[in-house]
Design a binder for this molecule. Sequence first.
Ligand SMILES: [Zn+2]
Length: 354
Amino acid sequence: MSAIESDKIFPLLQELCALPGPTGQEEAVREWLRRRWAPRAAEWHEDAVGNLLCRIGGSGPRLLIQAHMDEIGFVVRYITSNGFLLLDTAQGPRRQSPDRRYMVGQVAQVVGRHGVVAEGVFGAATGHVLTPQQIDKAHIDYDDFFVDIGARSRAEAEQRGVHVGAGVIWSWPARRFGTRIAGKAMDDRALLAVMDLLLDELDPQALQYELWFAATIQEENGLHGARALAHQHRFDAMLALDVGLVGDVPTVQEKEYDARLGGGPTLVHKDSGVHYDKRLLWRLADTARAADVPFQHGVYANYGSDAIVFIDHGTPAVLVGVPCRYTHTAFEMIEESDIVATVALLKVFVTTPA
Ligand SMILES: [Zn+2]
């Protein structure tokens, strides 16, 4: 297994995770990737809905490796007369997901028409001013928290560029804890980092495929970017890269999720949406075994990936997960060695004849 210098991984993750990219507002991530990938790709396209697609090089079967640009977040649904921002989810049905338990106390960034327009805090009333009934309430829902950007009025918030429909994300700089790195938007920037590191490692002459990279929009909101891509382009095989689920924390049993940080990339057999392509999955497993790269098997619930829509369009596709604790929070945690192992697996896979 080739070793990527680990001093390269943390700064790369810090930079990628810091980019503001709530679902539907992926511009900053796209610009970053364009700067990084366009000079190293044989060709690149941005499609009409905002997906990035790059042909890296090589010839043979057309293989797509993909990760998504968007991160979990909220939208401003209402600005109160005294300047507080009330929220709704940026993905999925009204007032559901992400889990409201993890927001209060986080720093918030508001993403307006041209990028971040305000910072504030995800606030909630606290014990001194709540009634006993409010304190006893078991769940925090969308009427119990809000964003306080320090504005004194709706007009002041609007002057700063806040508007109904603006994106809201949590903001927490990626931090290193031992060999682990935690931060917001590891889902899916850690996997965009894997693709970026793979580009550094690859010798295009050695490719056994016509290799393409894609970075998609709105994965978190129903795989929309991937749908557009799968509709426009044909590939012979597709690997979706995303964060993987683990059972290695207190309160979750390993018997629920048989994967852990540090165990290597997870080859996912099934999630809530689909059974992934078995032939492709076992080829990845055999490649990993032959190259001595650690890997894990996974079965996920409450989970879907961009690979689903490629299967629906007739392309064999597999989900490769980098193990991640605390998914869909500001403190998503990954292990450096899993990044290294995933890059190593992909490198061997794309340079081994199909
Ligand atoms: Zn994801």
